[in-house]
Ligand binder design. Sequence first.
Ligand SMILES: C[S@@+](CC[C@H](N)C(=O)[O-])C[C@H]1O[C@@H](n2cnc3c(N)ncnc32)[C@H](O)[C@@H]1O
Length: 365
Amino acid sequence: MSIKNLHDKPFDESTIAKLEIFEDYAQAWIPTFVMQGVSTICIFDFFAGTGYDKNGIAGSPIRILQKIKEQVIPIFQRKVRIRVYLNEFDKKKFELLKQACSDFLEENDHVGRAVEIEYSNEDFENLFPKLLPVIKEFPSLVYLDQNGIRFLSEKYLLELERTRQTDFLYFASSSYLWRLGEGKEFKAHLDIDMSEVKKEPYKFVHRSVIKQLKKKLPDQTEIKLYPFSIKKGANIYGIIFGASHPRAVEKFLSVAWKRNETNGEANFDIDDDDLKTQQSLFGDQPLTKIEAFQKSVKEKVLSGEISNNLQAFEYALNEGHLGKHAAEVLKEMKKNEEITFNGTSPLVTYDQVYKIKRKINYTIL
Ligand SMILES: C[S@@+](CC[C@H](N)C(=O)[O-])C[C@H]1O[C@@H](n2cnc3c(N)ncnc32)[C@H](O)[C@@H]1O
């Protein structure tokens, strides 16, 4: 399999989409711990590249530093140390990476006072076990922007699963799996049931990867995995987000739904929702992703399976939806006198459920 050298050319649209999701998540993640005044937080970019593409567009490491720069005042005020671990295996790229970051810090010396950067020029396979104790010790955000898919193997995924305060974002070339997943060489790294994957249309390959990875996690795992599929020509790539804390999950889903308000999970119309919307104009009414979710919320409320805002919020996150999607249908049900609850809002938000801990019940009328 030939792996192309990404930085020999400009980032394409799909790479930029990936990088924007990475940086949007960093933007949401950093203040969570800064506001708590946690003493040290860590960001790991294990496949950091050169810093910029051929046209000077920032790659992941520079975007991380930019996000720290945006929040540097509260970082100083709360005396939070941010350790940034940047790794790049290719020696030439590694030198460019160090140069790009030191130029950035020279121009932004206040950022330099807020972060400690640790550079390494190692194979991920060797570096990961060395840094794992640090990932385990501090709240950590881990980027694994690999070429291909092999580092999704259980060897790494299960280690990440065992950490308690880690959010991770993998990048995976899911199309490789479709083409090569049956091969011995591939299976040695990542053994996935290809007959299951191939039962679904090709466009769902990234979603299928996640379904299969979930089966590899321990039964009682608290880690939740979410896909964001990225189409580029005929190929499907994607992000795999993993975290155990509902606050982290809610933040990632907000980033994903902001990117695509129709499905929150792809840079294209993965479930043909546009077509469904057009068909519903002619009375056939196939349900869009949000409508189907809202119908299921309504059924669960009427059957008593969901009877309060905690259950509604948890159900929304488990299904890859935002609390507001559930809230919309709950409000409508109240208006239609199918249920009642105190106040005007069904309170299906992270803050209400976990921070303020305000519980409200939905009573069937
Ligand atoms: C998809 S690119 C990362 C791009 C980067 N995140 C950016 O925004 O520019 C993957 C990078 O990982 C490097 N790489 C490939 N195999 C590696 C390995 N085993 N360990 C560490 N880095 C590796 C490649 O040289 C390449 O620069």
